[in-house]
Design a protein around this ligand. Structure first.
Ligand SMILES: NC(=O)c1ccc[n+]([C@@H]2O[C@H](COP(=O)([O-])OP(=O)(O)OC[C@H]3O[C@@H](n4cnc5c(N)ncnc54)[C@H](OP(=O)(O)O)[C@@H]3O)[C@@H](O)[C@H]2O)c1
Length: 294
């Protein structure tokens, strides 16, 4: 299918008019320090202008250093970070934004996301907790410290609840999305509410790359499975955030604008049986979840 975007810096437009480069560079599990700094710098040198990090990844400081090392103007980079589950509630959220700004060495964020919703199983008053966190987001948005605000891992029931109190409607929902795990109903619901959907783990965290059927399909287009998966997201109007620590693979992951996936292959990709998923509800994670981010 044809898409509007023809290159790495073409954009999706958020509900408030802010534009966001159509392919982001992910940084989960990229070790803090020189590795993250160099990877972010290499990604920018490869043409990426959209960087995705999170407080919980523990690498915000090095992400900021990498951006500055690349020598590109701050306003030419779209920078996303995420609010962590330990910082829920209005006051803690306001402080969390300030902490991320300091870590990243910037005076504004382009996009700030609630990383995971509070959920009923663990937080009896989860609606109120999410609403209060969101109030903190709205304050920082209105003060101009964040250009756009959104969510991650919110299912329709979490969205419906937040919609009752949100004065500024969330502009993004970032969800795991790849062949074999698309969460397509949540993606479509988010889009219907006016949000841009983003794909985390668009390559299934590497897990989908060996699949035989995907390899055969990618070969037909003269593309890699990674490129097929990234294009699959774009053709679903979902903004992919692939991560690689390797300069060649970073560049290859951006070469997705010179082919189109045939309708029957889009259908096959969408209907693939469950290939596994790398995420989990954070509150069900092992106690050391913070050590590996999600
Ligand atoms: N909101 C959330 O809850 C959430 C959760 C998870 C992730 N995310 C975001 O989404 C981003 C992407 O997800 P992810 O990091 O889980 O995984 P991913 O992008 O799906 O896959 C990354 C893995 O694939 C490998 N890879 C990348 N390009 C490749 C290529 N062309 N050929 C072969 N292997 C390739 C990488 O290895 P190399 O590095 O060796 O290339 C790495 O092991 C994250 O970095 C993060 O920013 C958000």
């Amino acid at each position: 299918m044809m898409i509007k975007q023809n290159k790495l810096t073409d954009v999706f437009t958020l509900a408030n008019g802010v534009t966001i480069p159509c392919l982001g560079y992910g940084t989960w599990q990229t070790p803090d320090g020189e590795t993250t700094k160099n990877c972010v710098k290499m990604a920018i040198e490869a043409g990426y202008r959209h960087i995705d990090t999170a407080f919980a990844y523990g690498n915000e400081v090095s992400v900021g250093e990498g951006i500055r090392a690349a020598g590109v103007k701050r306003e030419d980079i779209f920078l996303t970070t995420k609010h962590w589950i330990t910082e829920r509630g209005y006051d803690k959220t306001v402080a969390a934004v300030e902490a991320s700004l300091k870590n990243l060495g910037t005076d504004y964020l382009d996009l700030y996301l609630i990383h995971w919703p509070a959920v009923a199983r663990r937080t009896p008053n989860w609606e109120e907790v999410n609403a209060e966190t969101w109030r903190g987001f709205e304050k920082m948005y209105r003060e101009g410290k964040i250009r756009a605000i959104g969510l991650s891992n919110f299912e329709p029931k979490h969205l419906d609840a937040l919609w009752k109190t949100a004065e500024v409607k969330p502009m993004v929902n970032q969800l795991e999305f790849h062949p074999g795990y698309t969460q397509i109903d949540t993606i479509r619901y988010s889009q219907k509410l006016g949000m841009v959907a983003q794909a985390w783990s668009p390559l299934g965290c590497g897990a989908v790359l060996k699949d035989e059927m995907l390899n055969a399909m990618a070969a037909k287009y003269g593309k890699s499975v990674a490129q097929l998966c990234i294009r699959f997201a774009l053709e679903n109007k979902v903004l992919p955030l692939p991560k690689s620590t390797n300069a060649g693979r970073m560049a290859a992951n951006a070469e997705v604008f010179d082919f189109e996936i045939a309708d029957e292959d889009m259908k096959t990709l969408m209907e693939m049986p469950l290939l596994g998923f790398s995420g989990f509800i954070a509150e069900e994670a092992p106690a050391d979840a913070l050590a590996f981010g999600e």
